[in-house]
Design a protein around this ligand. Structure first.
Ligand code: PMP
Length: 326
């Protein structure tokens, strides 16, 4: 018999899949690290489990404890799965701009959900950020995860995602392209691949409305770069500790419209039903065309599943309303 002891053992070892149509104008081989095969349907299962297990080892999380995180999406799902299997209470603190579907999904996997107002400053006691921190001081035996600055986030990708990509390409990978949010994925994978071969180039995908690209190019944290945007999962208005700018060779920014249109194209032209940051990643990769030669092996990582976006990028009424479809 061959079986996993529990669902957490199925995290990782995701497939690498060739792109065929969308990349036909490129001279190189383009392979997608397809992270929706994880049990929570996203790459975030990897870092969620690593953060929980490291917190257990450090004694921050003890039997009967409570895990608290400010998240609405993939990290909440990954943490919730770990909490169910390992017997912890899970609390997700989210802002009220999140859809009811997202709240219901978190509740389905046993999480309690606290909803906070969106239109208050982070330091306001009602914000989701302040609420998560307050709950962590009020609830005995609780642990506040903080995926932005938690070093186990990046570590998970250094220990699993990076080595998998290296082995699956037989060490032939020349470029790694990926969307950047907390920075855990690009930094962990990037550090590993450059350790194996310093010639590997690492490119981050950023959004208009985010600080990363300008900061990387100038060292300036420019508040003028910050404005609201539609693209989900990538870009930030802060510099998380998990972004290691020194392993990143460059960033390219993708517009909200292009990210949404290419999310649809991935589904319709490659049969890849994926989230919005995958659309941004593949469009960003195409923008980097000049970087690639005929012998290159370019790996792009796709973070999450299309099912979380059926009300948006996969809804043509929404797409038209946004002006993304003619
Ligand atoms: N895409 C999606 C859908 C995400 O949820 C995230 C995490 N915010 C990212 C991309 C970015 O990944 P990371 O946080 O590892 O930089």
């Amino acid at each position: 018999m061959e079986y996993a002891e529990n669902i957490l053992e199925t995290i990782g070892k995701t497939p690498l899949v060739k792109l065929n149509r969308l990349t036909s104008e490129l001279p190189c081989l383009v392979l997608a690290k397809y992270e929706t095969f994880n049990p929570g349907n996203s790459v975030k299962d990897r870092m969620a489990l690593q953060m929980v297990e490291d917190a257990e080892e450090l004694g921050l999380l003890r039997p009967g404890g409570t895990i608290i995180e400010g998240t609405s999406g993939n990290t909440g799902m990954g943490l919730a799965l770990a909490a169910v299997v390992k017997g912890y209470r899970m609390i997700c603190v989210i802002s009220d701009k999140q859809s009811k579907e997202k709240i219901d999904i978190l509740k389905a996997v046993g999480s309690e959900v606290h909803v906070c107002p969106t239109d208050v400053a982070p330091e306001d006691p009602r914000s989701y950020y302040s609420t998560a921190k307050r709950l962590a001081t009020e609830i005995p035996n609780s642990w506040y995860v903080n995926q932005y600055d938690n070093p186990s986030n990046c570590k998970a990708h250094f220990l699993s995602t990076g080595p998998e990509i290296w082995e699956q390409t037989g060490g032939k990978v020349t470029h790694f392209v990926v969307g950047v949010g907390t920075g855990g994925t690009i930094s962990g994978v990037g550090t590993y691949l450059k350790m194996k071969n310093p010639k590997v180039k690492v490119w981050g995908i950023d959004t208009y409305g985010s600080v990363f690209k300008k900061y990387h190019e100038t060292g300036i944290f420019d508040k003028n770069e910050i404005y609201p945007y539609v693209t989900e999962g990538i870009g930030e208005d802060i510099l998380p500790k998990n972004v290691r700018f020194e392993v990143i060779d460059g960033f390219t920014k993708v517009t909200d419209k292009d990210a949404a249109v290419y999310t649809q194209k991935l589904a319709k032209e490659e049969g890849m039903f994926l989230g919005n940051s995958a659309g941004a990643a593949i469009k960003g990769l195409l923008q980097l065309k000049e970087q690639f030669g005929k012998d290159d092996v370019v790996v792009v990582l796709f973070h999450d599943h299309g099912s979380r976006y059926v009300g948006k990028m996969f809804n043509d009424d929404w797409m038209r309303q946004m002006g993304y479809l003619e």
